[in-house]
Design a protein around this ligand. Structure first.
Ligand SMILES: C[S@@+](CC[C@H](N)C(=O)[O-])C[C@H]1O[C@@H](n2cnc3c(N)ncnc32)[C@H](O)[C@@H]1O
Length: 221
């Protein structure tokens, strides 16, 4: 694997079609300053999500795993003025930094940041009869991805696009004897995806500025 080349080409692509403005740059910087992990999506992945959002004319979005709101900002910027995002983060420190970044981006009116465990918030949204979402981005803890997806389906309508990040994990997904709970989580998830009658799905391998990984993309039938 030529990681250096992938990074250079990713830089080339992002300079061309996915340049970061100061808000996005400062969001990444804020993670460093707050001692948070640099595990946000890349600019090219942010632009990819925007294209997917535009393709399905998304207005209502659910995101699991906010971190510093880097992906949330990319997502919200692809929505119409009356578009809304609910984003879920269980770490209060991450949520605090995220809400500062959302305010700096001028997007506080469109983004509803919920502090809590993704599983609890999903169940709460279902119990309250929340209107279905047009687009769901799953990027929180990996072991319960299957359960998150099943619950997300209950908050979907035919045509809802569901994208789940980090499902290849540097190819570790091929290791049937793994003891890594994250890898086991995505193996179980990928298998479910392959057999689920209610969706059509694929998995795209991703290389670039981030480590070798992949995104699952599913459309609800
Ligand atoms: C990969 S990061 C999200 C990155 C973000 N989507 C981006 O690209 O900018 C995963 C986030 O999920 C949060 N998280 C982990 N377990 C969670 C849970 N059970 N419920 C909600 N959030 C969780 C972590 O604290 C972390 O901030």
């Amino acid at each position: 694997m030529n990681q250096q080349l992938f990074e250079k080409v990713d830089q080339y692509i992002s300079t061309l079609v996915a340049p970061e403005d100061t808000v996005l740059q400062e969001t990444i910087q804020s993670l460093e300053e707050a001692s948070m992990p640099q595990i946000s999506i890349s600019p090219t992945q942010g632009k990819f999500l925007q294209l997917m959002l535009l393709t399905c004319k998304a207005k209502r979005v659910l995101e699991l795993g906010t971190l510093g709101a880097y992906s949330t900002i990319w997502i919200t910027r692809a929505l119409p003025a009356d578009g809304k995002v609910i984003t879920v983060e269980f770490d209060p420190h991450h949520a605090h930094i995220a809400s500062q970044n959302i305010a700096k981006a001028g997007l506080s009116d469109q983004i509803d940041l919920r502090i809590g465990k993704a599983m609890d918030v999903l169940k709460e949204l279902i119990a309250k009869g929340e209107e279905p979402f047009d687009f769901i981005f799953i990027d929180a803890d990996k072991p319960p991805y299957t359960e998150y997806f099943e619950l997300a389906l209950q908050l979907s309508h035919p045509g809802t696009l569901i994208i789940c990040d980090n499902v290849i994990r540097e190819g570790k997904v091929l290791d049937e004897n793994t003891h890594d709970e994250k890898v086991k989580g995505v193996q179980r998830f990928n298998q479910m995806l392959a057999n689920h009658p209610g969706i059509t799905a694929t998995i795209m391998q991703t290389v670039g500025a981030k480590e070798y990984d992949g995104m699952a993309i599913a459309i609800v039938k």
